[in-house]
Design a protein around this ligand. Structure first.
Ligand code: KG4
Ligand code: ZN
Length: 352
């Protein structure tokens, strides 16, 4: 029997199984994570090692340091995930791994570890797109959420509006033309002298500021649902420098609140427009930026006003983790998607 035939047999058996336990690994950027998820919806364990302190002194992620730190931590995270779930490898039905998008050296660590486990344990390996993982964080938070729904994915590297037509079936409605929302938050935070990653700190600071203190431009984009954050970021940085030079510095809280308001405004209006145009009864947020308090509050208000049901991942599932990869993998498994042992990292992998 060939390897592919053996995988098909295993997948067919798993599709009949009531509870499928997937051990997932995530190492696309600066979190080394392993988790065990049951049948796409139930987290049995979720171990995350954050490398942020290793990168903060450089003001951003250093790819080589990230790769080495992943190699150092990945086995430990797998052990921790098994221990937290009270399981051994015998209880695991399949492996899953993020194979893109992300930093190539970082991705390779998780991919190599997952392939080795798949081979040694003779269990199928499911390849997962990181962006899809972020979307699936909602399935772990909301038991009843099912496609179709419109989803805003806003992270450090991506800003997309997608129509989730079915499990694993996506239609791209719009995306950023330049910077991602998280990247813009981090760059604006740097001007406010906040350490990397500045997004969450800027959010905290913005809570006591006046969002109308600084007027910022609203960018024009070619597509109705596309974003642009680069001009906004530059305008903000220039405004901060100009104020500083004139000795008229506004309180940092006001600057943070004004920037956050401008980013949230753009994300909100484009996504709500898409939800309206596509007559979506449900809307979900995903990605690191979905932890932003201003964004969550703005969507709650708008969705309530327009009668759209809103879904947001619980805060600890907004950032990078392996549980979301384990959820996505289950729905990939149901669609017979398994990886060959030649699976490679794909840094520029697209979802659609
Ligand atoms: O999804 P994620 O953890 O990693 C990527 O896949 O990129 O997103 C990380 C990004 C960072 O840019 C971080 O600053 C931003 O999400 N972020 C936030 C908040 N929490 C995380 N941005 C604004 N407000 C937050 N509360
Ligand atoms: Zn991410």
């Amino acid at each position: 029997m060939t390897y592919a035939e053996r995988c098909c047999e295993q997948i067919a058996a798993l599709k009949e199984k009531k509870e499928v336990n997937i051990l997932a690994i995530e190492s696309s950027c600066d979190e080394t994570a392993a988790a065990i998820v049951q049948s796409g919806r139930k987290i049995l364990s979720n171990a995350v090692f954050s490398q942020i302190p290793l990168h903060a002194i450089y003001g951003g992620v250093v790819p080589e340091i990230a790769s080495r730190a992943h190699v150092d931590a990945v086995d430990r995270m797998v052990d921790q995930a098994l221990k937290e779930a009270g399981m051994t490898f015998d209880d695991i039905d399949a492996l899953a791994v993020t194979y893109g998008p992300g930093l190539v050296g970082a991705l390779l660590t998780g991919v190599s570890c997952a392939k080795a486990l798949s081979y040694a344990l003779d269990k199928p390996l499911i390849p997962v797109n990181h962006i899809e993982g972020h979307i699936c964080a909602n399935y772990l938070t909301h038991e009843t959420l099912e496609p179709p729904f419109v989803c805003l994915v806003a992270s450090g590297g991506h800003s997309h509006i997608l129509m989730v037509e079915d499990y694993g079936v996506y239609k791209l409605l719009g995306c950023t033309q330049d910077d991602a929302a998280g990247e813009a938050f981090d760059k604006a935070a740097r001007v406010l002298h906040l350490p990397y990653p500045g997004g969450p700190l800027l959010d905290k600071m913005a809570q006591s500021g006046n969002p109308q203190a600084l007027k910022l431009p609203r960018p024009h984009t070619p597509g109705e649902y596309d974003f642009s954050f680069s001009g906004l970021k530059t305008a903000f940085i220039n405004a901060c420098h100009n104020l500083e030079q004139k000795g008229q510095t506004l309180p940092a809280e006001d600057l943070a609140a004004s920037f956050q308001h401008a980013v949230v405004d753009q994300l909100l209006h484009k996504t709500m427009q898409a939800a309206r145009d596509y007559q979506a009864p449900r809307l979900a947020l995903a990605g690191g930026v979905s932890a932003n308090s201003g964004l969550r509050a703005a969507f709650e208000k708008a969705c309530k006003r327009e009668g759209i049901q809103l879904f947001m991942p619980q805060l600890k599932l907004c950032g990078d983790n392996a549980a979301m990869i384990g959820s996505a993998a289950y729905y990939r498994l149901l669609r017979d998607e398994v990886a060959p042992l030649s699976l490679n990292a794909k840094p520029a992998l697209r979802l659609v």
